[in-house]
Design a protein around this ligand. Sequence first.
Ligand code: C2E
Ligand code: CA
Ligand code: CA
Length: 766
Amino acid sequence: MNTWSKKLSSRRLVTSGAILLVLYLAIILTVTNLGQARLKESQERELSLKVQSYASVLEMFFSANDENITNISNGRSMQAFFANLASGMSMEYGLGASLIKLEKELNKLISDKKINKKPIYERLLLTNYEGNIIVDTGNQTPFSLNLTKFHKMDGDSICIYPSLREDGIQINLVKPVQFSGKTVGYLIAKLNEKVIIEQLTSQEYEDSRSRVDLSTSIGPVFIWDTISTDKHQTTEDELNRNLFFDVKIENTPFHLKSWFVPLAEKDFFTSRWFIVGLSFLAIPVILGLLYVFMINSVNLVLRTKVEESSRQQQILFTKNSRLIEEIEKRKISEQKLAYQASHDALTGLANRKFGNERLEQEIESASKNNSNMLVIFIDLDNFKQINDTLGHLVGDEVLVQSTQRLLSIASPKDTLSRFGGDEFLLIVPNLKDSVTGKKIAENILTLFEQSFVSNKQEFFISTSIGMAIYPQDGSNAQQLLANADTAMYKVKEDGRNAFHFYNAEMNMDVQRTLNLDSRLRQAISHEELELYYQPIINLRTQKIIGAEALMRWNDAQYGFVAPDEFIKLAERNGLIHQLGEFAVHEACVQAAKWQQYLPLQMSVNFSSVQFRYYEKLLSQIKSALKVSGLPPGRLDIEITESLLFDHSDGVLTLLDTLQEMGAQLTIDDFGTGYSALSYLQKFPFDRLKIDRSFLSNLQTNEGDRELVNAIIAMAKALNLKIVAEGIEDQWLVDYLTTMQCEFGQGFFYSKPVSAEDFEQLLKNQY
Ligand code: C2E
Ligand code: CA
Ligand code: CA
């Protein structure tokens, strides 16, 4: 609807229409009122004139009668009669004759003076001064009149005198008759009232509703009354509501009183022309108003409809919004469910299932775009240990923090998912080249150089990263994942904290690992494993003071298998416990045997995995000592830093027990892992073995030198003896000696050798 029609339909228009109509009617009313007032005025004027003319008609009538009567009274007959009377003439003589003449004259007057054939005078009477009737034209009815009140009358004047009659009022004319300057009698004329009335009724009056009275001193003579009807006699009150005129009739004692029904309002409104005119004028207004009302009612209907529909819309809207809310809620919960189904609750990352789906999608788009894609397997090193030793809460914290670190380097298009307990999968689409992949992997390794802090403890966790590239390393998700996993395993085998791209050879490694697993079991049961011994030298005296037992496995198929390889394998498949038992027994037996040469100390390597069953381990050690008869003080237990995480009372108790038994405790490979001073203080170590990786470049690398110096200083501060391993030349011997490092071992003195050869060494020394 446009604004104009809106305005048109508005209530305002109806209101203004109504106001206009009211104004219009008001104007009409004012005009008609004015007109009416004018009309009334003119009516009044007209009526007043009319009444006045009536009055003058009567005045003329009366004066004419006066004249008639005066003429008679002054006439010869009258004078002759009274002259005769005065002269005392008798009736029989002249008086009678003059009386008859007078009588005749009076009768003649009655018969002559007629109006519309009606005699003006009903009766003429002549009395003497005392009132005795002399002549009476109508003797049927008696007449009595007290004439004394006329005695004082001027002889020239005539008196119009009303008197009461049975049927109303009689109007009389009384004229004193004068003779010789004296009133001698009275001529009385009784006027015919019908004639008087006719004087006026002959005037036009029937149109108007009116009443006219001739008012006399003794009452009114009704002339006419068209106000009263036969049915209804007008009351005084009603009469007074009419227009009233009171006009004196000159030269008479009478007034003419008249009442006219005024031109009532209804006369105007019921006037045909007025109604027609008014209706005619009202037509456009009524039509206009009708139109407006029609529009308005249409609008009203419309508005009602609009209101109704907007109400329904409102209801619908509320319903809709509730529905939307419900749908939204459901969507949210569905999304939540979907999210929960596809995401890991702890880290908020995509879970394995969803990660797989994402991988499939990325493969699809990579194949479409002909692009490369990188699949990165990231495994936290030693996470299991952290979980086992520091508790799950710390483990969770590590996972969350690791996630945050990984996300910090992932680009928006990458997908990071948690693939397993401590395994993450990073999918990098649109890989430019392997150099980019390498950079990413290096970045990840750098991320984990920073320590983790949880539960007020600080520790380091490294990662092992395996990578596979689509399409070269696999055309489907399964292959890519398997190969990235293989590459990651390779890193684990190589000592963790590094990355590897997948290559075909790795599969062979996997095969080898699988084979080695079964062959190692066989080797154990066939007792094909043996111990080699590397002498440990007192650097001051340059004499052998101990030996480190190092396991050797010469497999019929694979030949010499390095202990780094098979020990790790054994740690994974649980064979380590059997290997460990063999090692400690064998070493103790040998050491006990070699005690004859010197109070040799036997160092045996223990994997931290073995400490998981510390009671079993303690009984193994006890049994070895017992069976071999080696004094516990001659057994040196080498453990790596990774064990130090374990704050479980069991491990600490075990170490304490071992020390109480008199066994030596050495921390092996110091500096490679989780070196923290607090651990060293906590555990009852006797010796510290500096990892050979620090010593190999000592001569050339100043950084390593400083580090070694620091380690030595620290060990001294903690009252620990130092063993340097991997001594391969004299320079190192000299350096370590000056640094007051107590013990050393290395190829410079001897490679690990068989028990037989070692015994020879011992023999040679003495
Ligand atoms: P480790 O405990 O650090 O043992 C010392 C390693 O250094 C030995 O390697 C030894 O041959 C090597 N080595 C000694 N002097 C030199 C040197 O001057 N130059 C060089 N390049 N290497 C030197 P090996 O025998 O291959 O053993 C490797 C690792 O296997 C050991 O490292 C130890 O962690 C583990 N291992 C060996 N035997 C056992 C065992 O019976 N039980 C356990 N749990 N681990 C064992
Ligand atoms: Ca060792
Ligand atoms: Ca070592």
